[in-house]
Design a protein around this ligand. Structure first.
Ligand code: URA
Length: 242
């Protein structure tokens, strides 16, 4: 797929798109050994050779991974001072410097996206893009119809009003309730704080989807690259189209 030359340069980490225009206008950029002066000139990153001052440049490879984070792993690629396990132990053989998009609590499991695409990461997390995050939670106590209605209406938390996009009761188990709950924002401990407010504290929490990306049957502790279709769908769902 062809992209504008100034965008290509910013993808290479050479300059912001505006600075890239300056480089282009001062005759420092060549495509297939021909100096190009038009920032809107289209290049094919797969096929064309782009040089700055005669030295070839290539975009950093973007990487998009999903991990099924097991419970009792910290969402960090650093070490934990207390010696707890971290997701770093699970992510092997990834050359790119991917980082987790948001975090799951230590005892929460499920879908975590890791990438080195900063713009996409920002959009996945920012409430403005309204990307739904879907959780399955086992909560204490039995949630009946009336209670469910209240839960759907939203409530005030210490950091402001919160209202799920959707909530359903899936089943009851030994006096507890399994619910599916969807939020498009990622405030800290949001699901746990929200349900505790209704007197139904979360006992177990798992994230099963982020927008169009589903955890599916990815095994606990395993990761994989997003498919092209998943990536296109994800980008589209936050208004990023190539
Ligand atoms: N909400 C929580 O309370 N915890 C998580 O890990 C994710 C969402």
């Amino acid at each position: 797929m062809k992209i504008r030359l100034n965008r290509f340069l910013s993808m290479c980490g050479i300059a912001s798109r505006r600075k890239a225009e300056e480089l282009i206008k001062t005759n420092r950029i060549s495509v297939n050994d021909i100096i190009i002066r038009d920032p809107a000139y289209k290049v094919d990153p797969e096929k064309d050779t782009v040089k700055i001052d005669g030295i070839e440049i290539k975009p950093e490879r973007k990487r998009y991974i999903i991990l099924n984070k097991p419970p009792f792993y910290l969402t960090t690629l650093g070490e934990d001072k207390k010696g707890r396990k971290t997701i770093k132990e699970l992510i092997k053989d990834i050359k790119e410097r991917v980082y987790p998009v948001g975090r799951l609590d230590y005892n929460t499991e499920g879908l975590l996206i890791l990438t080195n695409d900063g713009e996409l990461a920002h959009r996945i997390l920012h409430p403005r893009y309204k990307l739904p995050k879907v959780y399955i939670a086992e909560v204490k106590g039995l949630i009946g119809k009336n209670k469910l209605k209240k839960i759907k209406e939203g409530t005030e938390l210490e950091d402001g009003f919160a209202k799920p996009d959707d909530v359903d009761v899936l089943k009851y188990r030994k006096g507890n309730t399994i619910i599916r709950i969807v939020f498009h924002e990622g405030r800290k401990h949001l699901v746990k704080r929200y349900m505790a407010k209704f007197g139904n504290p979360v006992l177990k929490l798992k994230r099963i989807a982020i927008g169009p990306i589903r955890l599916g049957n990815l095994k606990r502790g395993k990761y994989r690259d997003l498919t092209e279709k998943e990536l296109t769908d994800l980008k589209r769902s936050v208004g990023l189209e190539d």
